[in-house]
Design a protein. Structure first.
Length: 247
């Protein structure tokens, strides 16, 4: 029988890496990773995987009790504020220790042309007339741009939108490249004038920021919501130590 059961609220590269590292280092742990199921063919981490929502904080609390979860790690996207709030409430209700694994945000460096804004609507309004922005936002955050008929946006998605977008846009299907030169070539080919993105942090999608810097493109950067309450770490080693009960 496993000594402990760890539930990782995932969907990020860090969550997948954490599951793999725990499985390798502590085979006596039962590791479950929960994915929201927003993509048709997600990359599955090592260990048990659960796909789909819990039904709010109460549903998550019930799941923690049913599965005998002894530790909860919130390794969701930095902008998944609703899920993090539910995790905080559920962990308290079920008396399960909780840790937040939150990657560090990106910081502007020399050559970056950033405009930092607080929300999607402000990002939309910050674009000049007739701009051709590359919207690296996720399909659930695109609807405000329907109000800017003057724009000629490019939207990148992993899966085709269903239902279709409510505004005219060119679609790029697939995951972002990790190579700045490839992202820069894509922006140049598409005639992109601006990049609009959230300050997600991490290395998986930073190449687009580097590409914009290479090309001298303005970047509209949406600031993160407040960090989740409670104990928080930014690196994998600290999360592994905590999950294994050594920190």
């Amino acid at each position: 029988m496993p000594a402990d059961t760890i539930l990782i609220l995932g969907g990020t590269a860090e969550a997948g890496a954490l599951a793999g590292e725990l499985a390798a280092a502590r085979p006596n742990l039962r590791v479950i990773t929960s994915l929201a199921g927003r993509t048709a063919a997600p990359s599955l981490p090592v260990g048990e995987v659960r796909i789909g929502g819990f039904g709010g904080a109460d549903g998550l609390a019930a799941y923690l009790k049913e599965e005998g979860v002894t530790r909860l790690i919130d390794a969701t996207h930095p902008f998944a504020a609703g899920i993090s709030r539910n995790a905080e409430k559920a962990a308290a209700a079920a008396a399960v220790p909780r840790l937040c694994l939150v990657r560090a945000p990106w910081m502007p460096v020399a050559g970056d042309l950033w405009t930092e804004v607080d929300c999607i609507g402000t990002a939309r309004d910050a674009l000049p007339g007739n701009a051709r922005p590359f919207l690296a936002l996720g399909r659930q955050h695109l609807s405000p741009f329907a109000r800017r008929a003057d724009l000629a946006p490019v939207v990148r998605m992993i899966d085709p939108p269903d239902p279709p977008l409510t505004f005219r846009a060119d679609l790029v299907l697939g995951k972002p490249s990790r190579e700045p030169a490839e992202e820069a070539a894509l922006f140049t080919h598409l005639g992109v004038t601006h990049l609009v993105c959230r300050n997600s942090g991490g290395g998986a999608s930073y190449a687009k920021i580097e590409a914009a810097r290479m090309l001298g493109l303005p970047v509209i950067v949406i600031a993160r919501p407040p960090a989740p309450a409670g104990p928080t770490v930014a690196d994998l080693a600290a999360a592994i130590a905590w999950a294994a009960g050594t920190a």
